[in-house]
Design a protein around this ligand. Structure first.
Ligand code: SF4
Length: 275
């Protein structure tokens, strides 16, 4: 794993992520190396090698957050996991939290139970929420799609511990792939473990060709739905109906691939249920 240490000029970056104002990426690149990762496009600008083989570390990030109070929600992170394995040694995310203004509105998203190490600091934040991504991948599917991410059970356990510590939590069910991710049973499993929930459908354009090639080889029936407009739309409607039957507060995140006048257009549709 190539580790590139840099000093950044700024750590709060303006973002177009819905409902958020800023994003913090103290790491760029991710050791979890998920095959479908939407962030791998940064490899176009970072000449360090393939996604998952390098991590850029903004060493001075803790200094850059000190004394800063920005308005609006701050997302941590968008092009990395703040609790990827290297965090256990570097404690960069922890040092950021130590220096962070307690009044910041912080939203952390991770796949790692390492986040529970920082429950003491997270409890001190006045407006903080922590989300765990879950999808239930296991066996060969996990080995191919999320080779180095923590196993499902450890993410559920992390949610339990956060809830037990009275930290506000959310659950990000992603990426939802037909015939591969059972949204209903995941919602049943995490029902009491989040203040709110997201169901994010796979974005095949961002996931890329290699992901589609692998999916085709391991789950032909999933692949066939993703590439067939009518079957995909029927699947989306099925998920909508499922969400509308649930009592939890669930946002559907849909990156809709539409063919318009021979152009591929990508829309982000967010539909909030239960508000
Ligand atoms: S954990 Fe998130 S940021 Fe890291 S590789 Fe997977 S999808 Fe990408």
């Amino acid at each position: 794993m190539k580790i590139v240490r840099i000093r950044a000029k700024e750590i709060f970056s303006k973002t177009r992520i819905p409902e958020a104002s800023y994003v913090i990426n103290q790491y760029v690149g991710c050791q979890h190396s998920c095959l479908y990762c939407y962030a791998k496009f940064v490899c176009r600008w970072k000449n360090y090698g393939e996604w998952g083989t390098w991590v850029e570390v903004k060493e001075n990030a803790p200094e850059l957050v000190k004394g800063r109070l920005v308005h609006g929600k701050v997302v941590m992170s968008s092009i990395s996991d703040p609790y990827q394995p290297i965090e256990a040694q570097l404690r960069l995310t922890r040092r950021i939290l130590e220096n962070m203004n307690r009044r910041l509105r912080l939203s952390i998203l991770t796949k790692s139970p390492l986040v529970t190490r920082d429950i003491d600091l997270l409890s001190e934040m006045e407006r903080c929420e922590v989300g765990l991504t879950v999808n239930g991948f296991e066996g060969q599917v996990k080995d191919l799609l999320e080779p180095h991410a923590p196993v499902h059970a450890s993410r559920i356990d992390a949610l339990r511990r956060l809830v037990g510590a009275s930290i506000r939590t959310f659950v990000f069910i992603s990426p939802v792939i037909p015939k591969l991710v059972d949204v209903e049973s995941l919602l049943d499993e995490v029902s009491g473990l989040g203040n709110h929930f997201y169901v994010e459908l796979i974005n095949t354009r961002m996931a890329g060709r290699e992901f589609m090639r692998v999916l085709r080889s391991i789950r032909r029936e999933s692949y066939d739905i993703l590439v067939d407009g009518d079957r995909w739309r029927a699947y989306v409607e099925e998920i909508r109906r499922l969400i509308s039957r649930r009592r939890e507060k669930i946002a559907l995140v849909l990156h809709n691939k539409l063919r318009v006048e021979n152009r591929i257009r990508t829309d982000l549709e967010r539909w909030i249920h239960g508000e």
